[in-house]
Design a protein around this ligand. Structure first.
Ligand code: SAM
Ligand code: SF4
Length: 328
């Protein structure tokens, strides 16, 4: 699949639920209303659609959400997709908040998952509870160490928030080094109404990087994971640190991905509204050939890039849907 700008589309991110057991302040409002179950694609529908993408050249799948591991029977989907590794699919991964990992780490590894991303924005228990509105850090830490014990490579994702966790990145880099994890910092993106002011939260990672350089030797590297992060080797720990900077740096020119929501809507760009509806097609009994044709038609509409700007006057998000809907 090649889009109109010559980019090869090989990566599909799949949100399997809009629900979550946490309410991170940058991601969701406290009183979120979630979709009725009938609106979600069934696990079988998700698998069928992923299979069509794999036939068309998708080599990497990431399962996300909401919190993917709270979806009932989701390990069945991992099992089914994992069996396609080596038959077109090269990599199956997951992004999770880690709360359910202690239960699922072994099964994830058994299904062929090798690397996972776990979101952890702070190492301070009280701050963790504030940032997630009610989470307990022990649960996520237990999950992270269960994943490590199961042989999964762990990357920690942390959203950088001004005045919230910006004093912790040195400690987090050291902690990740100690346990053999890479760390990836993410700038907040203006997605979805979160009942708070986003301009207050935004912290440019260029500032964070300059501060980290006072303590750590960050060496340029060509390392890429097929994503928008720019990575550096941390000489002191032997691990890497990545920076995802959608607000300060436009990463669209190398974009290789599209995103499927849990309701079967395909977004060709995280920051744009245009989409394609696959649920209607699936439920109308579309053949595999019709599904593939619809996927190709959607890829042909992939836009050049996003245009994230915070509307300061109205304090409206640039994109009305939440990250948990599109799948972060
Ligand atoms: N629940 C899982 C988790 O937290 O890892 C997967 C879904 S979550 C939406 C995926 C990633 O998006 C997380 O790393 C989260 O921190 C990030 N995220 C959510 N809202 C964001 C926002 N407004 N700006 C930047 N990153 C965001
Ligand atoms: Fe849930 Fe992940 Fe959003 Fe936090 S970032 S509220 S864990 S979906």
């Amino acid at each position: 699949m090649i889009d109109p700008f010559g980019r090869k589309i090989t990566y599909l991110r799949v949100s399997v639920t809009d629900r979550c057991d946490l309410r991170c302040v940058y991601c969701m409002a406290e009183d979120m209303s979630f979709l009725p179950k009938r609106d979600l694609l069934t696990l079988e529908e998700l698998e069928r659609l992923c299979a069509a993408f794999i036939r068309l050249g998708t080599t990497k799948l990431r399962i996300t959400g909401g919190e993917p591991l709270v979806r009932r029977d989701v390990m069945r989907l991992f099992g089914a997709l994992g069996s396609r590794i080596g038959q077109g699919l090269e990599e199956l991964t997951v992004t999770t908040n880690g709360t359910q990992l202690a239960r699922h780490a072994e099964a994830l590894a058994a299904s062929g998952v090798k690397r996972i991303n776990v979101s952890l924005d702070t190492l301070d228990p009280a701050r963790f509870t504030r940032m997630t509105r009610w989470g307990r850090i022990e649960q996520t830490l237990d999950g992270i160490f269960a994943a490590k014990a199961a042989g999964l490579a762990v990357k920690i994702n942390a959203v950088a928030m001004k005045g919230v966790n910006e004093d912790e990145f040195d400690a987090m880099l050291a902690w990740c080094g100690e346990h053999g994890f890479d760390l990836c910092l993410i700038e907040t993106m203006p997605m979805g109404d979160i009942s708070g002011d986003r301009t207050d939260q935004y912290l440019p990672l260029s500032i964070v990087r300059a501060r980290l350089r006072k303590t750590w030797t960050l060496q340029d590297t060509d390392y890429r994971t097929g994503g928008p992060a720019r990575y550096f080797d941390v000489a002191e720990t032997g691990r890497r640190i990545g920076f995802i900077t959608p607000m300060t740096h436009n990463f669209c020119e190398s974009c290789n991905r599209v995103r499927l929501t849990c309701t079967g809507t395909l977004y060709m760009c995280l920051g744009q509204e245009d989409s394609a509806d696959f649920r209607t097609l699936l439920r109308a009994g579309a053949t595999d050939a019709a599904l593939e044709a619809a996927i190709q038609e959607a890829i042909a509409r992939k836009p050049k890039g996003h245009d994230f700007i915070i509307d300061r006057r109205h304090d409206k998000p640039a994109v009305p849907r939440h990250m948990s809907v599109t799948g972060g």
